[in-house]
Write a protein that binds this ligand. Structure first.
Ligand code: ADE
Length: 230
């Protein structure tokens, strides 16, 4: 899978893309990540990428031309399955969306800044608008990083233990069960006995019970979609 990110702040991605799971995905050849500085595409002699909003109002608006030219340059090289725009008024991101995006071959992610981007960018080029939650970030970059991370971990082969991503919270519509490691007794706080029993069937039953209990207590809204009776 290849992801091209259009941003005014490409340096923001460097640390995140060069560590941990994302680094591994790239090194294994399972994921290609490219950032593009929108400013490199401006035709303005002062390298301007934004301007005042027509009709007045606070903040600057990102102009169509640099974004349009950057997208055109990419589309001249290959076909894209989606152009995602990070926006607080987009569709709320979730695990199902991450799974769906992970099946695309080539994706563009556009990060907005300032007061927004000219609406014609959204109309002409964007295929999906995605929000990572009901709050406003200073730009789409942090949202794009969250999406790239969530997508990368479900690409087959990215995570060493194949089943690991499939047992993440939300993959089966339930939260994950609690996990423990050594020591079995930390200052009198003991690991549940069953996990030390060696009986895998009983352990699996216990884990599912914990998932249901946890989800019912913390996120009862998920139980409806998971098809579980409360
Ligand atoms: N840009 C600003 N806020 C955002 C949000 N909540 N999700 C995605 N992109 C954003």
């Amino acid at each position: 899978m290849r992801i091209d990110i259009l941003t005014l702040f490409p340096e923001m991605f460097e640390g995140v893309f060069s560590q941990s799971i994302l680094k591994r995905a790239v090194n294994k050849g399972l994921l290609e990540l490219h950032t593009h500085d929108i400013r490199d595409y401006t035709k303005d002699k002062h390298r301007k990428v934004d301007d005042y909003p027509f009709g007045g109002g606070a903040g600057m608006v990102m102009m169509v031309q640099p974004i349009a030219d950057c997208i055109a340059a990419l589309k001249a090289e290959r076909n894209y399955d989606a152009v995602l725009f990070m926006a607080p008024d987009g569709q709320t991101f979730n695990q199902a969306k991450a799974n769906q995006i992970s099946m695309y071959e080539n994706v563009i992610i556009l990060c907005g800044h300032y007061k927004g981007v000219d609406e014609r960018v959204r109309e002409l080029f964007v295929t999906e608008e995605i929000s990572i939650g009901d709050y406003v970030l200073s730009g789409g970059e942090i949202a794009a990083m969250a999406i790239v991370d969530a997508v990368a971990r479900v690409i087959p082969g990215v995570i060493g233990d194949e089943s690991s991503a499939l047992t993440d919270s939300f993959q089966d519509g339930l939260l994950s069960p609690p996990v423990y490691t050594r020591p079995a007794d930390y200052e009198g706080h003991c690991v549940p006995e069953i996990l030390l029993s060696g009986n895998q069937r009983l352990i699996d039953d216990w884990k599912l019970e914990q998932q249901l209990e946890r989800t019912k207590k913390r996120r009862p809204d998920l139980l409806d979609t998971a098809g579980v009776q409360e």
